[in-house]
Design a protein around this ligand. Structure first.
Ligand code: BMA
Length: 342
């Protein structure tokens, strides 16, 4: 479960908090782990092409589980779980694929399944996995529930093509579940939220964050990265922005904050990106210049964020930051976004 940063109460805790915020200025917002990349093709127990874009969660026993997207040597993807006691090394990888496309029952998966985002849902005592199902209509959003990442209850496609980059929020709002996702519409590639009474039927669709236009780093195409993080100030969202250039796309990360009780309301949006492809394993791979997180875990201090990201569509890497520092950066570098009706 994501922590909620406690509200500041006494003058002493206020001073301590101020000192911690000041210390943010001396550290990078997201610091790459020195042993990156964490997982790549050579680590896999069976032949694959690449391992990328993993959902992440801390299990009840404290282990980190990554549900990795594996592109096999047919070009299609499935999901495979890797577990580690410290979230950094000694990964125990399932000897066989963990969740594979099942096109007989779910024809929307004929070209594989990709990019899972995991949310622990206390009310259901289960993990919800929102993933991309890929078929002739393009990518759609599918949902499955699991208790153990060994057996899964599949709900099938819940957002029809073209749609992807989805994660469930961990609780209900006014009795309804909420899902952030990124449909492609005539309006462009913006982030939306939809609500459901039962996780199967979705409505009350609203745009929550728009791709900017023109020369911006996040012009024309954005999407949710890892599931939103619940903080006292709101839902902290890491999203990707795609810059089209003459030599291809550049995938970078930005921040936005949404209202705790009305997650469709954006409170702040960062103006510049906070993390982009710089290291060789991010700049060069099957798809150059891509950092693409689908999951994070939060440290025992309730502040450290371990962000797991696909690097150049080839391997999985880790960067660490502080939720407090990300929020304080947003305070200084964010603004209230314009809202457009659709
Ligand atoms: C996106 C998704 C991701 C991929 C990224 C960069 O559209 O398909 O799976 O990592 O492109 O290729």
């Amino acid at each position: 479960m994501n922590p909620v940063i406690s509200l500041i109460e006494s003058p002493e805790s206020l001073a301590l908090e101020e000192a911690k915020v000041k210390a943010c200025a001396d550290m990078p917002l997201l610091k790459r782990y020195s042993g990156n990349p964490l997982l790549s093709r050579k680590d896999w127990p069976y032949p694959i092409n690449s391992v990328l874009n993993a959902g992440a969660v801390l299990l009840a026993d404290g282990e980190t589980l990554l549900l990795c997207r594996i592109e096999d040597r047919s070009g299609l993807s499935h999901l495979c779980a890797a577990r580690s006691a410290n979230g950094v090394d000694n990964w125990r990888i399932d000897p066989q694929p963990t969740l594979v496309a099942n096109p007989q029952e779910f024809p929307e998966e004929i070209w594989g399944i990709e990019d899972p985002r995991i949310t622990y849902v206390p009310e259901l005592e289960q993990y919800a996995v929102a993933y991309t199902s890929f078929a002739r209509g393009g990518p759609g959003v599918s949902l499955a529930l699991t208790k153990d990442f060994r057996s899964f209850e599949r709900f099938g496609v819940i957002m029809p093509p073209e749609d992807k980059d989805a994660a469930l929020l961990p609780r209900r709002f006014g009795g309804r579940w909420a899902m952030i996702h990124r449909p492609m519409t005539a309006l462009g590639a913006h982030m939306w939220i939809s609500y459901s009474p039962d996780l199967r039927h979705w409505g009350s669709h609203k745009i929550i964050l728009e791709a900017r236009r023109g020369g911006w780093w996040d012009a024309n195409k954005i999407g949710l990265c890892s599931p939103p993080i619940e903080t006292a100030k709101g839902w902290l969202v890491i999203y990707h922005g795609v810059r089209q250039t003459a030599s291809g796309s550049i995938y970078r990360l930005g921040l936005a904050l949404f209202d705790l009780e009305k997650p469709e309301v954006c409170l702040q949006r960062g103006n510049s990106w906070i993390f982009g492809p710089e290291a060789p394993y991010e700049r060069v791979g099957d798809v150059n210049d891509v950092v693409f997180p689908c999951g994070q875990t939060i440290g025992a201090d309730g502040d450290t964020i371990n962000l797991y990201y696909g690097a150049a569509d080839t391997s999985i890497a880790l960067a660490r930051g502080s939720i407090r520092c990300l929020l304080s950066w947003l305070d200084t570098n964010g603004s209230l976004p314009e809202r457009h009706a659709f």
